[in-house]
Design a protein around this ligand. Structure first.
Ligand code: U2F
Length: 574
């Protein structure tokens, strides 16, 4: 069946259910953004020009909100607890509904069992018939619950699963045996999924897919009125929980410096008294409902982060409402090796500021990232912010249309169930490879077009997605990952393209000198050592990794182009 866009959200609101603060929060959000979603649906509908869209049977099982996982989030909704996850789930549900899919929502193990058709009960009972869904969106808690209640049949059906995973899971942590043998085992990883089945909140880990969420959009009239009503010396602090304010009591209190120039506002949750962490000069509004926070941000000039929470939605909302976001640089970077919050998370990613997306994808004048220990630098940043005029800004990928476009593309094109056919590449052309200067900077090999790269004629292969036309082969520096290598050349690493470059022809096309070419199981492969003239190809497709790097190896990197404001999609991806 063809999916038809929906602009009426009442059925969705009924499906979400009642009885918990988390559900009420999500429903308030869905209602508040309903008009915005409807407009976006109409625009995307027109943009896709009658393109066929399959209607999928989709199950959304929100594991972290189930009683069985302890549901620690719901009781904290009105008390300053994390809301980012609920923002994202509300938006995922809305996107799936608006795109016209056949949606079922489960928030308990009992509902999960009902939808899957496995008998209720505690033990593991395999699902005997076919899976009644094309796609299941869940999280790590939900995955665990499915394992408990579907037993072995989970393995058979896991290609249909998508895991919403805020901070991402790198391939080395996802491969059970490899993770166990090489010290990448955590409480979360080791599910042996295709790493693109993990979907993140920001496009920070290209090994995973970028799901995202949306932020409020303004029309031209609203933008103009915001700019006219900005209060130049008004700052709002990022941090709705008192403990987040502790971080600012470092060497010299930068909050004091800020207070010299600006009126400081906060939205910190409190019960009866002002929390001791929040100085008396701060005008604390208490935790606000989302729409009231937006109103406050419309007046404020500055939204300032103290280093935590990492990578939440609030800075995007602030920037969308015309604030400048000021945030601390982390030197050394925070990661699972040195910071409690990231410890045990299935990623080695290094975080260089509180909100790397804001820093890298938005940047000045909307975002300023400075060293908070340097009071001179901090002081001059504040002065600059007060002088600078900025327009409200929201990257396309965080608009409703952008999210619908991306989720539509994933649903129609990502297929982890189809067997990946053996790839028999034609000879790569040597023409255009960097020849003599081959060990100097990044090398590009113009790849032949899709027809020249033939699949074995006896297999009917699904067309590659992203299409091969988007591929740019590049060699990293020693110690550099493909994430960085592609980025520094203005591209993005595309894990789906690894299978096209994991071969001797690619090495030959790059004029790499190999004494030996081995095929091994190691997440830095394909790669080569210049000194030893050793080349290695990847033997385990699950370990294709954009993130991997090693000091002695230069990696072969499958980069691709991307759309301006929609990094998840290449130019020809729609
Ligand atoms: C992130 O979670 P948080 O909930 O701490 O993220 P925030 O950026 O603070 O914002 C979440 C929402 O809270 C709303 C605001 C945001 O959409 O509009 N809000 C509000 O309604 N009232 C207020 O007074 C203040 C904010 C991240 F999203 C999670 O994935 C992480 O687990 C967490 C820790 O890093 O940070």
């Amino acid at each position: 069946r063809q999916a038809a866009f929906r602009t009426d959200l009442s059925v969705l609101l009924d499906q979400v259910g009642t009885g918990k603060e988390s559900l009420s929060f999500m429903k308030r959000r869905i209602r508040r953004l309903a008009q915005q979603w409807a407009t976006a649906a109409n625009r995307l509908d027109a943009k896709l020009e009658q393109q066929w869209r399959d209607q999928k049977k989709v199950l959304v099982h929100v594991g972290f909100l189930t009683e069985e996982s302890g549901d620690v989030f719901s009781p904290k909704v009105l008390k300053g607890g994390p809301l980012g996850e609920m923002v994202q789930w509300a938006d995922i549900l809305t996107a799936l509904h608006v795109l016209g899919h056949n949606l079922k929502i489960s928030m308990s193990v009992k509902e999960l069992q009902g939808f899957l058709g496995v008998p209720p009960g505690r033990g593991s009972c395999p699902l005997t018939g076919p899976l009644p869904f094309d796609l299941i969106y869940t999280d790590y808690h939900g995955l665990q619950q499915m394992k408990q209640h579907m037993g072995l049949s989970l393995k058979k059906h896991k290609c249909h699963i998508r895991v919403i995973d805020t901070f991402g899971t790198e391939p080395a942590y996802n491969h059970e045996e490899y993770a166990t043998l090489h010290g990448y085992r955590t409480n979360w990883g080791y599910w042996n999924l295709n790493a693109r089945q993990y979907m993140t909140m920001f496009p920070h880990t290209p090994d995973n897919s970028f799901m995202g969420f949306v932020s409020e959009e303004l029309n031209e009239t609203e933008k103009r009125s915001i700019q006219q009503n900005k209060v130049n010396n008004m700052a709002v602090v990022y941090g709705k929980e008192a403990s987040m304010w502790k971080l600012q009591q470092g060497k010299e209190s930068f909050l004091q410096i800020l207070h010299r120039y600006m009126e400081v506002h906060g939205t910190v949750y409190y019960e009866t008294q002002r929390p001791p962490e929040v100085p008396a000069f701060v005008k604390n509004h208490g935790l606000l409902p989302q729409h009231e926070l937006q109103q406050l941000l419309r007046k404020a000039k500055l939204f300032i982060g103290f280093g935590f929470p990492y990578e939440g939605p609030a800075p995007l909302e602030a920037i969308a409402n015309g604030c400048i976001f000021l945030q601390p640089k982390f030197n050394p970077p925070h990661s699972s090796l040195n910071h409690e919050f990231f410890r045990g998370k299935p990623t080695s990613r290094e975080v260089f500021s509180q909100h790397p997306y804001a820093e890298q994808y938005i940047g000045r004048p909307h975002v300023m990232t400075v060293d908070y220990n340097n009071s001179v630098e901090f002081d001059s940043a504040i002065k600059e912010i007060m002088r600078t005029k900025v327009e409200p800004y929201l990257p396309y990928e965080y608009t409703c249309e952008g999210m619908l476009e991306r989720v539509h593309a994933y649903i129609q094109h990502q297929d982890f169930c189809a067997p990946e056919p053996p790839f028999i590449p034609a000879n790569l052309s040597r023409k255009g490879s960097a020849g003599g200067s081959r060990m100097m900077g990044p090398l590009f090999v113009p790849l032949p077009n899709t027809t020249a790269l033939g699949w074995a004629s006896n297999v009917t292969a699904p067309p590659a997605w992203p299409p091969l036309s988007s591929l740019r082969l590049l060699v990293s520096q020693e110690g550099q990952s493909c994430v960085e290598a592609c980025q520094s050349a203005g591209f993005i690493c595309e894990p789906a393209h690894f299978r096209f470059i994991n071969n001797k022809e690619a090495l030959r096309g790059l004029d790499v000198q190999c004494e030996v070419v081995d095929s091994e199981i190691n997440h830095i492969l394909p790669a080569f050592s210049v000194v030893r003239q050793e080349c290695g190809l990847q033997r385990e497709p699950l370990l294709f990794s954009c993130a991997g790097h090693s000091p002695k190896y230069r990696r072969l990197c499958p980069c691709r182009d991307f759309r301006h404001g929609q990094v998840a999609l290449c130019r020809d991806c729609l």
